[in-house]
Design a protein. Sequence first.
Length: 638
Amino acid sequence: MCGICGAVGPVPPDDLCQRVERMNCALTHRGPDSQGSFVDKGGALAMRRLAIIDLQTGDQPISNENGTVWVILNGEIYNYVELTADLDRRGHRFKTRSDTEAIVHAYEEYGEATPQHLEGMFAFAIYDARDGSLFMARDRFGEKPLFYWRNGDTLVFSSEVRSLLEWPGIPRKVDQEALGYYLRVGHTPCPLTLLRDVCELPPASWLLWRDGQATVRPYYVPHYEPSPNLLEDGAAIEAVRSALDKAVRRQMRSDVPLGAFLSGGIDSSTVVALLQANSSRPVKTYTLQNEDAAFDESDLAASVARHLGTEHHVVPVKNSGFSPDDVWRIVEHVGMPLIDESAIPAYLLSKAARQEVTVCLTGDGGDEMFGGYRVFPWGLTVHRIGRLPSPLLTVAGAALAPAASIPLMPGASFMRKAKRAFDAASQPGLQQFVTINSIFLPSEIRELATGPEVTNAACGDTHRIVELPEGASSWSTFRTLMYYRLKNNLPQIMLVKGDRMSMAASLELRAPLLDVAVADVASKLPDKHLLRGKVGKHVLREVARPLLPEAVFSHPKTGFGIPLHRYRNDALADFAQQLFSERPGPLELLSPQGLSNVLRLGLSRSQDHADISVYRALTQLWTLVQLAAWAHRFKVAV
């Protein structure tokens, strides 16, 4: 686990070295153990290392046998032992025991097909001194980040935006199209970022830079096709159990202390159960304890820990109210706004775990792989409503509008949800799911945004968000909804939170449920093994049932989080009011009246109303606070 950065192009070697060194210094938190660099007349690579595998000889960059091809890696290659053995048989000679060296020899053997031979979480860069080319790639689901900027014949890249911006001359201008997407769904689709001309390499893609030209290609596209061998429950359960066990065992490879996050939910509990089953000593597990009982699973996690015999640790999270430090820490390490407020406890949990371990396994990805989100059944309901004749949908939406607009009316909350469902159902295809997942609805954005480019992106067909791959027409509606979350919320929100907040504490996270072996099996499961009635992750539940106490399966879904409504205090009101009045950067494209309305609703709502729920009001406020703080911190202009 590391931070990587570099540049290629016609830059004087002294300037190149100094600039990349500044970028690398900004990544120290990602790799406090050591640093390394390689500088050539046409390019430079640098990295900060968090030593996990091969502590003695695993420093980077690492070259091939004759020193003409160099690699830097952020992440872990879980199949490196098998890959190294295969490459050794093919005549490649290794000088380390690290997973990183396997990549450079794989590149010599397979070229652009190299990422297809790697199973892990990774973002790597390979510099070929023979022709001055650069090859970069990112893992299948986006666990590890990689940002880049192009200017003429020069390309600059880094693991984090904060590091990238150490390179002089990168304009800090907001991308208005990306801003529209951010307001609509809370993230920007790759390769767009909120900074104009700063790109993020999409997950499951590689980039080749040669002779001043960039070529970007996907090397993996998710595809769902039920296997006839997995129709029966027993076969499906055994296939998933075997894949999960394989994933956990190889993700246990580490030369430093390893533990696990344990929320008490099915995903993390299953991972911990398999981890403990494959361990010769009690596994160190870590969970949050919230003061608010509705957000607290610490008792359930403790019962799982006792059942499995782990060495359990509880990290208290107090409802002490909002502090501006919460926001500054997030935008500083993420380098972009992040709407997931659970980044706050994620950092606290990572910081506590890092006192004893360097690596933690997590349950991230279980909902995406096995269909666990509660929004999926709602999406299916909306899809069924959408089959009604269009005139009927219009009449129903119009009839619900007056009732849904009356505050405190009995049943108003239900009427509000019903109206939103009919509004979403009137949209074509996956636009229904975009509406369900919207932070700001199109009508709200038209009142909030003043820039036409922002409004057009947010209220148009949002094609960048919902584009489906070739062959998706054969998928079930349920699988299509799962794909939406896999391509959007997972890499742009969930995994961003996990990576940046854990690396802020110099802790590596690993997600066995996103392992290639698990994903390949999950993609072949018939829908009946995923969703039964309104309960998701059926097959995962059956895999876990013999391993865990029964309380895990009857407990409502919660996960790591904080009660954001408990954080509302004078500090939040003052902080938001100050930022909104300054209107830094992108907030210039939002109306003062619109900002005032968001602030008022976010701070005043203590219960759900017909016009907006407490959750949506607070989420909208948090979304704009993050945006404003990010623009202020990085001096982003329109």
